[in-house]
Design a protein around this ligand. Sequence first.
Ligand code: NAP
Length: 230
Amino acid sequence: MTTFGIIGSGQAGSALARASIAAGYDVVIANSRGPQTLRGLVSELGPRARAADAAEAAAAADFAILAFPYTPNSRLPVEQLAGKVVIDNNNYMVWRDGNLPDVDAGLRTIHELRQEQIPASKVVKAFTHVQFHARSPMRVASDAIPAVLRLARPAGDPDRKALVVSSDHPDAVELVTRFYDDLGFDTVDNSPLSESWRSAPGTPMWRHHVDGQSREELIRNLQRAERSLS
Ligand SMILES: NC(=O)c1ccc[n+]([C@@H]2O[C@H](COP(=O)([O-])OP(=O)(O)OC[C@H]3O[C@@H](n4cnc5c(N)ncnc54)[C@H](OP(=O)(O)O)[C@@H]3O)[C@@H](O)[C@H]2O)c1
């Protein structure tokens, strides 16, 4: 059985826990306040989930996600994540994160900065353009289901959507491609991490985070991205 270490239990972490358990993964989930604060979530997730602190979740993980915003001095379980594929689903939001001059100037992407924080891990950008919360405003009952679950379709379904992946590590791209498939999505590879600005907030592809886009639409939208530098 594959264990997915989810560090961050907010909208993204908890929705991904539900999706990955439904796809047959075991989950170890952590937040910043400690496992005692996750009892309700874990009991709702069922026997395939357990709570831990971030270091324990990283140590137990076959692969992991950091499901919280980048900050220059984030406290991360660097040693426990060494050698592992680590998904970074963070979107750089100036209103929330403040300005990061290297990113604003196009010298680095936010995901290259994350890779520098955990140099012995294989950082992969994924799940940044799919919503993890209810649609707003809600029009029909299914809008209450986060897009990561609502848009999932089996391989070959004519309405199957695609998600992007970027990494400097080909085996991390392969792992996420399998994971996306297990969760009900096709993959478009937009590697390396230096190219991941094409899927940043506000870009043509990112605007489809509520209703999704096919593989062909996603490829076209990535090509249409224009870099805005300051
Ligand atoms: N929400 C979406 O639809 C969506 C879509 C795409 C991408 N994203 C990205 O996903 C990330 C998470 O978003 P969210 O909406 O889930 O945020 P959120 O609801 O605020 O949750 C953040 C979680 O991360 C935990 N956390 C923060 N720093 C931590 C640390 N150093 N170690 C361990 N846990 C830590 C927090 O713990 P506590 O609860 O204990 O404070 C909280 O559980 C963001 O980077 C966002 O840009 C979100």
